[in-house]
Ligand binder design. Structure first.
Ligand code: SF4
Length: 413
């Protein structure tokens, strides 16, 4: 809306004077809140010293703490909620055009991938999570709108779409009365120029069987799935209100690996949740050792006011113990991930080149998602222009691996 109204939108790292500074905030868990506050405080300092103009803050944190924040950081000129796009534009003196809302700036301009948000909000009620009352009920974006957006992104150079939402497997239930992620995958696969589609944030309970099938047969759907499992102990899963048991979770992982050969799994777990004693944490370690997730991220439990967990469970794992468990888990995962990377040395793989750094190609295969996973760093033969490869698919041979990244050379055809 702002560029359409003749505003120049500058990047985050712009160092000159900006008339307005907009800070989008996250209010999900303690670490994210702290990071948001740190950015707002740093910008408030610049505002105070006259380095920048008016400071406006919006997003989940400012919505969640709307009554407390203005008096705590008075240097901020205006605060807005998570969905106040038009009010922010109006506060800048722009004339927001609501018809532009489905359109978007290509936030990853110059890169051959783009995130596609297929729905907003969440109808689940995980006991630890504040997102449903910050982002509201689940609302799917219609398939035809997403296809239109995908066409626009493809025309700007996107070859890979990364589907995101609070819960991608819920897609369609509110709008069409049924889960439609598989249908959406088929519709997006038909968009000319789109070669890869990647699924993030798929909730395990009710995982649609037709999505599994689509992933197995559709060459455009990456053999990669981000499925946040959070825990494996029945006691902890029960306290989390996740709607599944440990055995059910194990069976799902077996089914996913059986039905989609070569699948790479990413998951997220929480350590130190109420109810997680040594025994339950041991179960989690055993599970991570057995399931061999190629990628895994962990959070330390953060009690969030307003959640069912905060009102009904005792946050009884001390912070230093949460940290110890986090470190133990990530050390174990480092070994799993290093073994996976080593097993790939000598293999050939098709990669998409995102960038050039230090004369080498920064690329990813279908098994790496941007920003969260490692990269494949590819040597370019002498005399060739590395920039000519950006945005292209090429075949490479993996020559070496470390815990996170892989080194490769171009395959000669
Ligand atoms: S599914 Fe995700 S966003 Fe929804 S309540 Fe659970 S953790 Fe929160």
């Amino acid at each position: 809306m702002l560029p359409a109204d003749d505003f120049t939108v500058l990047p985050e790292d712009y160092e000159g004077h900006a008339d307005y500074v907009l800070v989008n905030t996250c209010g999900f868990i303690g670490d994210a809140k702290q990071e948001s506050i740190d950015v707002v405080l740093a910008e408030a300092q610049k505002r105070k010293s006259g380095q920048t103009g008016r400071l406006m803050v919006f997003g989940c944190l400012s919505q969640r703490y709307a009554s407390e924040l203005p008096s705590l950081i008075p240097e901020v000129d205006a605060w807005f909620g998570a969905r106040d796009l038009a009010p922010v534009a109006r506060a800048l003196g722009a004339n927001p055009d609501a018809s532009m809302l489905p359109k978007r700036r290509y936030a990853t301009a110059g890169k051959p991938y783009a995130w596609l948000k297929i729905s907003e909000g969440c109808d689940r009620r995980c006991s630890y999570c504040a997102i449903p009352f910050i982002r509201g009920a689940h609302r799917s974006v219609p398939i035809e709108t997403l296809v239109e957006e995908a066409r626009a992104l493809a025309s700007l150079g996107a070859k890979e779409l990364i589907l995101i939402a609070q819960d991608t497997t819920y897609y369609g239930l509110d709008l069409y009365g049924r889960r439609c992620l598989a249908e959406l995958l088929r519709a997006l696969s038909a968009v000319p120029g789109i070669e890869w589609i990647r699924i993030h944030y798929s909730y395990p309970e009710g995982f649609p069987g037709d999505v599994l099938q689509e992933m197995a047969v559709n060459p455009k759907v990456c053999k990669y799935l981000d499925i946040p499992l959070q825990h494996i102990s029945d006691t902890v899963l029960h306290n989390m209100h996740r709607g599944v048991t440990g055995q059910w979770t194990r069976d799902l992982i077996t089914r996913l690996r059986r039905d989609i050969p070569g699948l790479v799994l990413r998951t997220t777990v929480i350590v130190g949740h109420p109810g997680e004693g040594e025994k339950e944490f041991g179960e989690l370690l055993d599970f991570v050792r057995e399931a061999r997730f190629e990628r895994l991220g962990a959070f330390r439990y953060s009690e969030e006011e307003g959640t069912w967990g905060a009102a009904n469970l005792v946050d009884d794992v001390p912070e230093e113990e949460k940290q110890r468990r986090y470190d133990a888990l990530m050390t174990l995962q480092g070994e799993v991930s290093a073994a996976f990377n080593s097993s790939r040395v000598g293999s050939s793989v098709r990669v998409l080149v995102d960038d050039v750094v230090g004369g080498k190609l920064i690329a990813r295969s279908q098994y790496e998602s941007p920003e969260v996973d490692g990269e494949i760093i590819v040597e370019v033969p002498e005399g060739e222009d590395p920039l000519s490869y950006v945005g292209r698919f090429v075949e490479v041979r993996i020559t070496a691996a470390d815990d996170y990244d892989l080194l490769a050379v171009l395959n000669k055809n």
